[in-house]
Design a protein around this ligand. Structure first.
Ligand SMILES: Nc1ncnc2c1ncn2[C@@H]1O[C@H](COP(=O)(O)OP(=O)(O)OP(=O)(O)O)[C@@H](O)[C@H]1O
Length: 292
């Protein structure tokens, strides 16, 4: 079963009298264990998509499934539960992921507290809806000690999070995001404020988690080193999935109603607004610029 399935997602922001269409008809399926880099120019809609996947926004239209659960059918309480138990999130600014005055170990315990409480209240005798939206069985949660060891911070359990370096904070943020053994790990530019070495380490750790636990990771990034390290790229342009890359090869994506975005590197041959002739080939079509 797919961990993420987006079907015709539209996201419209309303700011006073103005509407901004951030995403239009996004179709996307992500399988368990995939590590996906979400790419695209500034304002394309990457963060919006990430926030939708995190359940922090509800789409204006379209449907979004997380591990088979239609998020649109969950009330806020059940959505919050599903998020806490199955989604881990890392933000760009390492400090924003953490409670600075708590120790590293306390940051992890804090993240686990809500899910622990929730599981207690969702005992077998509780209402059947209490665990709705959650796959069978509780997540296999790790101890703070194990999680810290996993991200190379075995000796840092008592250190105050706010006093750690940016790289250490982001590794701790990863441990916090993994605290409840999420199925889906979401990261919004997790390396952009780190030096190259720290950034590489964070991405290697994310890949290790995906390989070892089957965790699915979606990482918004502008960094080609990050996108090359992950198994798949999805490029958002103008609110649509414009291209995908797998194993180093790039593909354009044929969207709804047959729409295809010509990648910017070919705009000198087919500028936006130009007319083209379609030439049928055995295995597809070619576009040739035509003068009207
Ligand atoms: N809260 C909001 N209210 C109104 N418009 C918004 C809001 N958040 C985002 N937008 C608009 O939606 C569009 C997509 O924004 P988004 O932040 O998702 O893009 P992005 O690809 O993540 O960009 P960047 O790489 O610069 O972070 C942009 O036009 C942005 O201005």
């Amino acid at each position: 079963m797919s961990v993420v399935r987006c079907d015709g997602i539209v996201q419209i922001y309303k700011a006073q009298d103005v509407e901004v269409v951030a995403l239009r008809d996004v179709d996307l399926t992500i399988e368990a264990g995939e590590t996906v880099a979400l790419l695209g120019p500034s304002g394309a809609g990457k963060s919006t998509l990430l926030w939708l996947l995190a359940g922090l926004l509800r789409p204006s239209a379209g449907r979004l499934w997380m591990d088979g659960t239609d998020l649109g059918r969950l009330d806020q309480r059940r959505l919050d539960r599903l998020r806490a138990a199955h989604i881990g999130m890392m933000l760009q600014n390492p400090a924003r992921n953490l409670i600075g005055y708590l120790s590293a170990a306390q940051n992890i315990s804090f993240a686990q507290r809500a899910v622990r409480r929730d599981r207690r209240s969702a005992s077998p005798s509780a209402s059947p809806s209490a665990g709705a939206g959650r796959p069978a069985g509780p997540p296999a949660r790790r101890s703070a000690r194990d999680l810290l060891a996993r991200v190379g911070l075995a000796d840092a359990g008592d250190r105050q999070a706010g006093r750690m370096s940016g790289g250490e904070q982001q590794r701790l943020a990863l441990a916090v995001a993994l605290a409840n053994a999420p199925k889906l790990l979401l990261a919004d530019e997790p390396t952009s404020q780190l030096d190259e070495e720290s950034g590489t380490r964070v991405i290697e750790l994310i890949k290790d988690v995906a390989a070892a636990d089957g965790t699915t990771a979606v990482v918004v990034t502008h960094d080609t080193a990050v996108s090359e390290a992950l198994s798949r790229t999805v490029t958002i342009r103008d609110g649509r999935v414009g291209a995908e890359g797998r194993r180093g090869e790039d593909f354009v994506v044929v969207g709804r109603e047959g729409a295809v975005q010509v990648p910017p590197e070919y705009h000198h041959l087919l500028p936006p607004g130009s007319m083209a002739r379609i030439e049928e080939l055995d295995d597809g079509i070619a576009l040739r610029r035509a003068e009207p």
